[in-house]
Design a protein around this ligand. Structure first.
Ligand code: BT5
Length: 260
């Protein structure tokens, strides 16, 4: 039987040493990032985590909506990074590498990563990461379509999204997934300080875009070959006029034109 998300169940056997301590689980909130931010403003320590069974105002990057029905994992963690601000984009790498590693361990499917922080399977989006920075903290928001039917997502996203339930045909243990995400995101976050190139290497190893023809939209729109990511998490795209560095934006995969 599918167990409901519960703080006691998640914390029993939690192997993370800081992430998820403390942890609160709400039935329904606007956005777990907002609750985590309030806690951070009140001085909550690094690792304080907030989970909701459902979000009514879940958000993505750049003000976009994030559909968050019951059955998903909607989780935010308070971070207190001491990294130079130029490296903060790598917080998203820690979130996405950790989340992908956890999904693989619990659900037995292998998410790939699309820059900056999407978890994708067969080019469909399974989850995403939203990093929001505050004065002396950052909030890492992680969303994973776990036990969510495709019909619970909006018609706009069903063709571009996937869920663990749709992929596997059976539910995952959400409490176990939450526990593993807390552990793996903590490990990936610690790598940022201990061995940042190892974290970037893990991101590269899961990348679905490197070496492929992509369209970039952000401050400018252009196409090229996604060549690499740099030590600050920016995407390097080879274009006919040279290498372009993308710090904020979206990428989409393009079919490679075959010459006639
Ligand atoms: C993201 O944004 O991918 C970041 C998502 C972060 C969600 C978590 S849940 C916990 C925490 N609390 C929050 O309020 N947020 C975080 P972005 O790359 O901007 O992707 C947003 C786009 O993904 C939307 O414009 C839709 O096209 C699509 N989308 C929305 N909901 C989706 C879903 N459940 N599954 C797949 N795609 C979705």
């Amino acid at each position: 039987m599918e167990a409901k998300l519960s703080p006691a169940t998640i914390q029993a056997g939690l192997r993370a040493s800081r992430f998820g301590r403390p942890l609160s689980v709400y039935p329904r909130v606007d956005s777990t990032n907002d609750i985590a931010r309030e806690l951070a403003e009140q001085g909550a320590s690094e690792g304080t985590a907030v989970i909701a069974r459902e979000q009514t105002g879940g958000r993505g990057r750049l003000g976009r909506p994030w559909i968050s029905p019951p059955g998903g994992l909607w989780l935010s963690v308070v971070l207190r990074p001491t990294l130079p601000v130029a490296q903060w984009p790598l917080l998203g790498f820690a979130g996405s590498v950790g989340a992908a590693t956890a999904v693989e361990a619990i659900a037995g499917v292998t998410p790939q990563l699309k820059w900056p922080n999407d978890l994708v399977i067969d080019d469909r989006k399974l989850g995403g990461v939203l990093i929001e920075a505050g004065p002396a903290y950052a909030i890492a928001g992680i969303g994973i379509n776990a036990n969510v039917g495709l019909d619970a997502l909006s018609s706009e996203t069903t063709s571009s999204a996937t869920t663990l339930l749709a992929l596997r045909g059976q539910a995952v243990d959400l409490n176990a997934l939450a526990r593993e995400v807390l552990l793996q995101v903590e490990r990936a976050y610690d790598l940022l300080y201990q061995d940042v190139s190892a974290l970037i290497q893990q991101w590269r190893g899961r990348s679905v875009i490197l070496g492929r023809h992509v369209g970039v939209s952000g401050t400018e729109t252009f196409e090229g070959i996604a060549e690499n990511v740099d030590a600050q998490g920016a995407l390097l795209v080879r274009t006919p006029t040279g290498l372009r560095r993308v710090v904020v934006g979206d990428v989409s995969l393009r079919a490679v034109e075959v010459p006639p």
